[in-house]
Ligand binder design. Structure first.
Ligand code: DX5
Ligand code: ZN
Length: 233
């Protein structure tokens, strides 16, 4: 059973309208977003290129919600400090992919030395055993529920049992990293992901393409509260 009760709703700005990014971030902030998620892609680790350091830097001037940076890039260890510095005190967490990070233990320690939560993401085909040795160190594990690279993909249903297995591994340990889910999270599946044991819910198109940011976040929050009650009750 998930010992944590607090759940975090985290819009991914990849699905925002980039012609007015500042307004979009402020809009999800006032609609109740807990953090915002920034997807960084390099065209090598994933077949897409998105945004980088200058965009994160520009967000500082609008006092954004806490920023959750997701690096889908090769050799992320060389960019950790630059990204954290670009977001300043707004950077809440920085997540690297276990598949592309050499010296992952050192990278986690480097992220934490900057006062930021260290996340480790695993792709759908990567086994949980690739992160279990990191349980004592990481602050968050991100279960990718789509192949990384693009927004608006469909949630892979078999990832529910992966989330449950991660929950069981964490709950039977003495450590308590957050479980984040990322990819295809929408109103229709956020409850199931929560019941499986996730704590942090990244949603790009599920919020930004909904046409009603507050409406969708409120509905997600209500579903998460019900899932929490079902777990305790
Ligand atoms: C996928 C990214 C996700 C994505 C989420 O590569 O890491 O964060 O933007 O977008 P949706 O919710 O539309 O799948
Ligand atoms: Zn992401």
């Amino acid at each position: 059973m998930n010992r944590r009760m607090k759940k975090f709703i985290v819009p991914s700005i990849l699905s925002a309208d980039f012609t007015k990014l500042g307004e979009e971030v402020k809009a999800v902030q006032s609609a109740g977003a807990d953090w915002i998620h920034v997807d960084v892609m390099d065209g090598h680790f994933v077949p897409n290129i998105t945004i980088g350091v200058p965009v994160v830097k520009s967000l500082q001037s609008i006092s954004p919600p806490p920023i959750d940076i997701h690096l889908m890039i090769n050799n992320p260890e060389g960019f950790v400090e630059t990204f954290i510095d670009s977001g300043g005190s707004y950077v809440k967490s920085l997540t690297v992919q276990v598949e592309s990070c050499n010296l992952i233990y050192n990278t986690i320690k480097l992220i934490q030395s900057k006062g930021v939560m260290a996340g480790v993401a695993i792709n759908p085909g990567t086994p949980l055993s690739s992160v279990t040795e990191l349980l004592p160190y990481m602050d968050m594990v991100t279960i990718m529920t789509v192949e990384p690279g693009f927004a608006e993909q469909k949630f892979i249903p078999s990832m529910i049992s992966k989330i449950k297995q991660m929950r069981d591994i964490i709950d039977s340990s003495e450590f308590s990293p957050l479980i984040e889910v990322d990819g295809g999270i929408k109103l229709e599946n956020i409850g199931e992901a929560a019941e499986a044991g996730a704590d942090v819910f990244v949603s790009g198109s599920g919020i930004f393409k909904s046409g009603d940011y507050k409406g969708s976040i409120d509905k997600m929050r209500a579903i998460l509260e019900n899932a929490a009650h079902a777990a305790t009750g």
